[in-house]
Design a protein around this ligand. Structure first.
Ligand code: 5AD
Ligand code: SF4
Length: 433
């Protein structure tokens, strides 16, 4: 008899892949069918994120709600980054939770699911995390881990505490995974790591030690693979060799995520980001000069401890100079186990909110100014998602979300599309025959 699994995935692409991994592991022993209705589930899993404080607060209210509506005998598991750092406290605060499984331990789901009150949150090296299992949520795009953990220790970030030290997955395994995904029909791979372009930093196997640029070259040799994307690269590791490969390799999608965090050199230093405003801008302009249509996205934190008006003005200055295509912007949130949590020069909450609004308003102005340039452009779109409203959506090489009137016949296919109606978040277009 099969069981029903409800799984909620919060946070980043890494968590999406970890959820796929858990589904596959569970199915090794028992047959689970995914459900969207938590009330009918035999197992409810929340795969959590702990990068900011808000989602962590939300976790306990959500757990309470699940506990009320779950059917008799259903189990609840908390997994992912919040599980890693809260550990036993989760069961103390929510005693009905059946198991807690950290981000580095998702391979153990098959073991803990039938143990009551199991807590597995070790962040030591665990070889089983390389043992990929076959479950993919998309038939068209495959998430592939290339490294786990992070060694950078940016002072605001909890990730090194939840995902442990950085380990590169052997290139042979990554290539095998890419090949498997392509054999099963995916035309795009999405390489994942906390610091993808630091690939090669530490291997635990005696495998061939190659860097990220070489890995990209190898992957792009897979014949039926059409597109390679990756996240997140670190601006510090964007050397010329990497940027030149990015620009010249036709399979690498021309959309780069460049997490700025702050435009102020003083704040970047306090964050221990390892680069300066000048280096960041230099890398952006090199990219733009090599690829005029490149799209660049970023992450920005406002109101990091000690951030003055002048520091914030440097962030706005970078925004104006780069004109990012997409930004993910956040108010600084003090996280346990991080260096910055000890900093006492906290920025006033009102100032933080005002800065976030100013930043987002500026970005909207930039988008409004640039969006019309997309009109009449023709992009090759890879169609991935059927919409209920008669449209089908996909992405251009440089990551614009494009939708056209159409149906299943386009799913998993590439087609040229002329943009007819661009907007900030997505563009409507028509197929070009
Ligand atoms: N406060 C606010 N934002 C944070 N991020 C990471 N840690 C924090 C924090 N403590 C943001 C960074 C990172 C993104 C994934 O989340 O911008 O790049
Ligand atoms: Fe966190 Fe910095 Fe590592 Fe990114 S590079 S995961 S921000 S410590």
């Amino acid at each position: 008899m099969s069981k029903k699994l409800y799984i909620e995935t919060l946070g980043c692409a890494m968590n999406v892949r970890d959820s796929e991994h858990m589904i596959a592991e569970l199915n090794e022993k028992e047959n689970y069918i995914l459900t969207d209705d938590s009330k009918e589930a035999d197992l409810i899993i929340i795969n959590t994120c702990s990068v900011r404080e808000k989602p962590v607060h939300k976790l306990f209210s959500e757990l309470g709600a699940f506990n009320k509506i779950k059917k008799d005998g259903a189990k609840i598991g908390v997994c992912g980054c919040s599980a890693s750092h809260l550990g036993h406290d989760i069961i103390k605060r929510a005693p009905y939770v059946n198991f807690v499984l950290g981000a580095r331990n998702v391979s153990k789901i098959g073991e803990v699911v039938n143990k009551d009150k199991a807590v597995e949150i070790d962040i030591d090296y665990d070889e089983s995390s390389f043992a990929f299992k076959d479950f993919r949520s998309s038939a068209h795009k495959a998430y592939i881990n290339i490294s786990i953990g992070c060694d950078k220790k940016c002072t605001f970030c909890i990730v090194p505490q939840t995902r442990g030290e950085e380990i590169s997955i052997p290139a042979e395994l990554v290539l095998q995974e890419c090949q498997k995904a392509v054999d099963s029909g995916a035309k795009e791979v999405f390489l994942l790591g906390q610091n993808v372009n630091n690939y090669g930093r530490r291997f635990t196997h005696t495998s061939e030690k190659i860097n990220f640029t070489k890995l990209l070259q190898r992957i792009s040799q897979i014949p039926k693979l059409k597109r390679i994307r990756f996240t997140s690269p670190h601006p510090f590791h964007m050397d010329d060799e990497f940027l030149e490969e990015f620009a010249s390799n036709p399979k690498i999608c021309k959309s780069m995520h460049m997490p700025l965090q702050s435009g102020s050199n003083d704040i970047l230093k306090k964050m221990k980001r390892g680069y300066t405003k000048e280096w960041f801008l230099n890398r952006v302009f090199k990219l733009k000069q090599m690829i005029p249509d490149v799209s660049i996205s970023t992450d920005i934190i406002v109101a990091f401890p000690g951030e003055s008006d002048e520091d914030f003005e440097h962030t706005l200055d970078v925004m104006r100079q780069v004109e990012f295509d997409q930004i993910f912007s956040f108010k600084y949130s003090a996280r346990p186990l991080t260096e910055a949590a000890e900093f006492t020069d906290v920025v006033d909450e009102e100032v933080a909110s005002a800065r976030l609004t100013t930043l987002q308003d500026l970005h909207n102005q930039i988008l409004d100014k640039n969006v019309n340039k997309l009109k009449e452009r023709i992009y090759d779109v890879y169609f991935e998602e059927l919409r209920a409203d008669g449209y089908i959506a996909g992405r251009s090489d440089n990551n614009h979300l494009v939708k056209v009137k159409g149906g299943e016949e386009l799913l998993g296919r590439f087609a040229p599309v002329k943009i007819t109606s661009p907007s900030r978040l997505s563009c409507v277009g028509e197929l070009v025959f």
